[in-house]
Design a protein around this ligand. Structure first.
Ligand code: DON
Length: 337
């Protein structure tokens, strides 16, 4: 008996075919290494909370995680210091500003939230460890728990951002002035550039998103990546601030906690159901992957994924994941061995 093709793989293939010809958006070039990306690269992956994996296109092509790292480092800071201390250094308020804006909350001197660069540098500063190697080691170990494999920092991307990241240096020094970060500014900036230069693929991002969808436990390895109590902290700031000055529109139209990065990666979490990831380097003016936003929007509309949807977000996606199983040549479907 031949297994029925998975309806979800068919949907992903259809969205890939539909949006591959989209020629709008621009590959990031303010970090020179990123400008080498091919605008046609395009992958989509979905990982269910039972570990089943559905992927199409360039889902295994490595790219740097960039800002998609930010919620996960926020989680590490929360585990290291607890809510009270972390929230004394970074707010949870959408800024309505660009991701790299040089602005702090006038009343508290805190960066607005952990998703903009200022807030992300403040949370990276909170990563514990005796010196740069130990701190980087803890960060990479965190990525390993979420992805289920060893993750490395790409030297060329790291050096490229270190050589050009003057705006982030300005932000870090402004925060030092207000006591929002410690005096090891250069060490923290290097760690932030390394965190952004970590190499992942689209499937990795879907596993990371599925880990959050699954209450902090990686659905493929079964390992806990984040204390259960902090999962909602990450998801809240991803929903309200994850797409910067597009966050209101994102929440209204798509309604899923999400995070984008200038490397072209974008992940979205369907709590209790699955993680979704898209990789496509051309960005809109706000720094979000153009095809990434289009795919998430259509998936959300088709499967009624908005978390405020009456009757339970993601039910139709869960059904699509649950039915059928056959992979084909261009779409792989796997899962727990
Ligand atoms: O700090 C930066 O500018 C980059 N390393 C990360 C920015 C980023 O990914 C913004 N996201 N869309």
């Amino acid at each position: 008996m031949t297994a029925e093709p998975s309806p979800l793989v068919e949907t992903l293939q259809e969205l890939h075919r539909k949006y591959a010809p989209v020629a709008i958006g621009k590959v990031a070039d303010y970090i020179p290494e990123l400008s080498k990306a091919d605008p046609s690269w395009f992958g989509i992956a979905v990982v269910a909370v039972d570990g089943r994996t559905f992927e199409v296109g360039d889902s295994r092509r490595p790219f740097s995680i960039q800002s998609v790292s930010k919620p996960f480092v926020f989680g590490l800071a929360l585990e290291d210091h607890g809510r009270e201390r972390v929230l004394s250094k970074v707010g949870v308020e959408p800024s309505g500003e660009a991701f790299n804006s040089i602005v702090l909350d006038e009343a508290t001197n805190r960066p607005f939230n952990p998703m903009v660069n200022a807030g992300a540098i403040a949370t990276t500063d909170l990563v514990d460890g005796a010196g740069p190697a130990a701190r980087l080691g803890r960060l990479l170990e965190m990525y390993r728990r979420y992805t289920g494999r060893e993750v490395h920092v790409d030297a060329a991307t790291f050096l490229s951002e270190r050589a050009t990241g003057h705006r982030n240096r300005a932000i870090a020094h402004l925060m030092l002035n207000f006591g929002m970060i410690e005096h090891r500014v250069d060490e923290t900036l290097e760690l932030y550039f390394q965190q952004c230069a970590a190499m992942v693929d689209c499937r990795d991002l879907a596993v990371m998103a599925a880990t959050l969808a699954n209450g902090g436990v990686n659905p493929i390895t079964g390992e806990r990546a984040l204390e259960a109590d902090y999962v909602k902290d990450l998801l809240s700031v991803m929903l309200s601030c994850g797409s910067y000055d597009f966050a209101g529109e994102w929440t209204y139209r798509i309604g899923l906690p999400a995070k984008s990065g200038v490397g072209g990666g974008l992940l979205a979490v369907v709590p209790g159901v699955a993680g979704i990831a898209v990789f496509s380097p051309p960005l809109d003016p706000r720094g979000n992957s153009v095809r990434g936003v289009l795919v998430c929007r259509e998936l959300s509309e088709r499967h009624r994924l908005h978390i405020l949807e009456p009757g339970g977000a993601g039910r139709s996606l869960a059904e699509a994941i649950g039915r059928g199983s056959a992979p084909d040549a261009t779409a792989r479907e796997g899962g727990r061995p």
